[in-house]
Design a protein around this ligand. Structure first.
Ligand code: AMP
Length: 611
């Protein structure tokens, strides 16, 4: 039987290699672009999400078209991040593993340039590069692009978002006029449209799905909660999805770190990925995540760019992105390679408008979902456990020697008692934690949760609602008192002191509240500010929401802890477990929880149907 890749015109030794990678049938973008690109005579614009098989869509034709008897740069692939750069390089090496003399080099920042220069000197046909480092190497006159035939701009929208426009211009000016340019982008903002006009003549355009829309396999859901309940709601969603393998997006580095720390304290397997980490630290986090050593990766938009991990089940927008376009990039981290995935937004009632805006951009409606009740979570976890016990593989040989003693221990218990006890070992902690858990959902058009608690605070003049809480990386270790910081800040920004709200001095950082209307002025003033030779950084603090909420359960280490060691039930195999039921239910949520007698089922009606 003919392999469909052979029919598309890909040679046997490449087809054999990709078959080993599990490529049986071309993805839609491969089906449509490979025949066009194999002609080698078109410029090309492909609008496609990440995870659709883009790399092979351009990579396989490149391997067919280049002359590997020659050892000079013939193709240049530019992409936005180091992760993507390594991924593409690795993919190309895998596709070409049965071919002779194929040399691919990865050129990216944050790694030794001399190694890269050495590899280039040895001879290379395909260069995969991030723009900054590529330009550096060009400026050192260490590479000659005068015979490049193909340039691929991968994730063009991301490269422009990251401000690489000028670098790309400079790099492309060193390549021949008559080269062919292939551009791939998940979205088509006007900037991308402009560069496609600038660099291409009459390109062949291919749109997979609708322009600017997300992947059809992603279900988009939003949950409305009070700002102060956000973390508790987030944990419920995670507990309700014990098999979750997710990426959680935050807006700032601080928020990223705080959420990750709180989750770790609460016993979840989570870590953060953000720009303040060294490359080595980031690599370590990514390695753990890829290998499923982490269940939740908490990331900023920039840090998560180019992450290519298959089987991500959920993307959670803990905070919605400032730039609506970023929502598409975030959600594209799930549902890769034809799989399905869920993208969740946890919002407060003031943010509904943003959800509607996103719907317009992705061309798809969000489903309004309900935060599971404590009962829902407990039930899900319990049956997850039961299912696992039922399906566990028993090592008959190993266990046999212990059986007589085990039977002896249980001699006085009935089968029912034994089952109840096994289930309770893990389950008690969930019961305890979710005892009295309130309904956290807020209806769309009121400021009240459905169990009557007050929702969003009304905005009063002079209340915190008019202020933005800013983080600044100066604090008591720099010798600042509240008065000093006020003076320094006002001097720097020209903002009048009496408009500044609360100031909290911490060790190496502090927080201060600034009138919303002054935030831009503050950011402008600190653009390149230094204090005693050190860069001064301000950010909008993620704590803003939380502080205003008053009694917010669970954040910052309260809440239920899972056990250390061992593997959890209900799919939480990645979480920390062990010890016994010391899962402090410091967190008391009011009302709502009932026992498992079944009495409650009928009055949960509608809400349950989502699950
Ligand atoms: P990409 O969009 O190139 O990042 O690809 C996303 C994922 O899909 C990668 O893990 C690829 O290995 C995988 N993939 C690409 N093409 C195919 C295919 N034809 N069949 C199966 N998996 C594929």
């Amino acid at each position: 039987m003919n392999n469909p890749f052979l029919e598309l015109g890909i040679r046997h030794d490449i087809v054999n290699a990709i078959t080993e990678l599990g490529f049986e049938n071309p993805t839609p973008i491969q089906n449509q672009s490979i025949p066009v690109l194999l002609t080698g005579s078109n410029d090309f614009v492909g609008l496609a999400q990440t995870g659709t098989g883009k790399t092979a869509a351009f990579g396989l034709p490149l391997l067919e078209l280049l002359d590997f008897e020659e050892n000079y740069p013939q193709a240049l692939i530019l992409c936005p991040t180091r992760e993507l750069c390594l991924q593409i390089t690795n993919d190309l090496k895998n596709y070409s593993k049965n071919m002779q003399n194929v040399n691919v080099v990865a050129v990216y920042g944050g790694a030794s340039i001399s190694d890269q220069l050495r590899q280039i000197k040895r001879g290379v046909q395909i260069v995969v590069a991030t723009p900054g480092r590529m330009l550096d190497i060009i400026n050192r006159k260490a590479i000659d692009f005068s015979q490049v035939q193909f340039v691929v701009l991968d994730e063009a929208d991301e490269m422009l978002n990251m401000g690489f426009q000028e670098d790309i211009d400079s790099i492309l000016s060193t390549t021949p006029e008559d080269k062919k340019t292939w551009l791939f982008s998940a979205t088509m903002p006007s900037e991308v449209r402009r560069i496609s006009k600038k660099y291409m003549t009459d390109p062949f355009e291919l749109t997979m799905g609708e322009k600017n829309t997300g992947n059809a396999n992603i279900e988009h859901e939003y949950y409305i909660v009070r700002a102060r309940d956000k973390y508790a709601a987030f944990k419920r969603i995670v507990d309700f999805n014990p098999e979750i393998f997710g990426i959680v997006f935050c807006r700032t580095k601080i928020e990223t770190q705080e959420i990750a720390e709180s989750l770790v304290k609460d016993g979840y397997n989570a870590d953060s990925l953000h720009g303040d980490l060294s490359q080595q630290q980031r690599d370590r986090v990514m390695k753990r995540y890829r290998e499923r050593g982490l269940q939740l990766l908490i990331a900023t938009d920039v840090a998560a760019r180019g992450i290519d991990v298959n089987d991500v089940t959920h993307v959670i927008n803990y905070s919605l992105p400032d730039e609506i376009e970023n929502y598409t990039h975030r959600s594209g981290r799930t549902a890769r390679a034809g799989k399905t995935g869920v993208s969740i937004a946890i919002v407060n009632s003031k943010e509904i408008g943003k959800i509607r805006q996103i719907e317009r951009v992705i061309g798809k409606k969000f489903i309004k979902a309900e935060i599971p009740t404590g009962f829902d979570v407990c039930e899900k976890q319990l049956f997850g456990l039961i299912h696992k016990v039922h399906n566990v593989e028993v090592n008959e040989q190993q266990i046999e020697q212990y059986l007589p003693r085990i039977m002896d221990e249980f001699a006085d218990l009935s089968k029912e008692d034994i089952i109840k006890r096994f289930a309770s070992i893990e389950f008690n902690s969930f019961l305890e934690y979710y005892k009295n858990a309130p309904d956290l959902n807020v209806t769309e058009d009121t400021r009240f949760t459905r169990d009557g608690a007050q929702g969003e605070r009304p905005s009063r003049s002079g209340s915190n609602a008019d202020f933005t809480r800013l983080f600044i990386n100066l604090g008591s270790v720099d010798g600042f008192t509240r008065g000093d910081l006020l003076g320094y800040f006002c001097n720097q920004t020209n903002i009048v002191g009496r408009t500044i709200g609360k100031i909290d001095i911490k060790g190496v950082y502090s927080f201060l509240e600034v009138a919303n209307g002054d935030v831009d002025q503050a950011f402008n003033a600190f653009k390149s500010a230094q204090y005693k030779g050190r860069e001064v950084r301000i950010e909008v603090s993620a704590e803003g929401d939380r502080d205003r909420g008053g009694d917010r359960g669970g954040f910052g280490g309260g809440g239920y802890k899972k056990r250390e060691g061992g593997s959890g039930y209900g799919g939480g195999g990645n979480r920390r477990e062990g010890g016994n039921s010391n899962r402090g239910s410091e967190r008391k949520e009011g009302g709502g929880f009932r026992d498992f007698s079944g009495k409650r089922r009928e009055d949960r009606g509608e809400r349950r149907k989502r699950y």
